[in-house]
Design a protein around this ligand. Sequence first.
Ligand SMILES: *[C@@H]1O[C@H](CO)[C@@H](O)[C@H](O)[C@H]1NC(C)=O
Length: 309
Amino acid sequence: MKEGNQSSTLGFILLGITGQQQQEDVFFILFLFIYPSTLIGNLLIILAIHSDIRLHNPMYFFLANLSFVDILFSSVTVPKMLANHLLGSKTISFEECLTQMYFMIALATTDSYILAVMAYDRVVAISCPLHYTIFISPRSCFLLVVGSWVIANASALPNVLLTSSLSFCGNQEVANFYCDISSLLKLSCSDIHFNVQMMHIGVGVFCVPLMCIIISYVLVFSIVLRVPSTKGVLKAFSTCGSHFTVVSLYYGTVMGVYFCPLTSYSQKDAVITVMYTAVTPMLNPFIYSMRNQDMKAALRKLFSKRISS
Ligand SMILES: *[C@@H]1O[C@H](CO)[C@@H](O)[C@H](O)[C@H]1NC(C)=O
């Protein structure tokens, strides 16, 4: 136990995305483009929504929240990866490692709950438009957003506390480019039975919103199909289409990680990890603004205001 604690204070070695130098170089260049695009894209979404009074409604406030979480989410892993690559270092301290793990769990879960809140918002808008302002009042919006953050942090905290009490004797090589909980648990020489159970609860908490989203879509489709006009159908599909794309991308990639765990390196795992840590947060703003006329108009206005002033 004493020996274990001693080695844990030395920190860990992040082996990288594939563990091979040449491929790490390629990913470094890729992330060098992806990360700034993520920051700028999501920041523009937040600015456009907050500067255009026509977008001051719950749907867009939730979207701004999603962008905010995406900025934080990619900032937890990517800058450290870029810095380590530049410095030719692979180390991460024990504290940094746990911090990364905490924010990865908390932010991924927050993202998941905000996607569910967005689905709920669309269901109410489509199924009872007359009572929309009652169900989705400013107060309930606030509670839904705060609730998402509280649940996510309550899920991350016990997982990280339990991991921090583990002993790591000898092997400190994390088979990933950031400290993710499953890679770290594999390195421990303590009994991880309870940790694994806690991690499964965390995965459960993460997946609850997915169930709600699926139910929401079933409700939306059953309502839309009862509407006789094709115009109504098209309108409903256009407001749900972007959300559906983001949801499939997000859960698809995260599920990929859980169903094919990173036991050893493989090309497929590397691609999935890069997808959900870096590519999905970058794509969200593009998916929402490309298909949405109001969003496009708000962005245009944002730019013309900047240019004229
Ligand atoms: C998040 O949503 C809340 C409630 O709708 C809103 O007041 C807040 O401005 C949003 N946050 C961002 C970053 O847009």
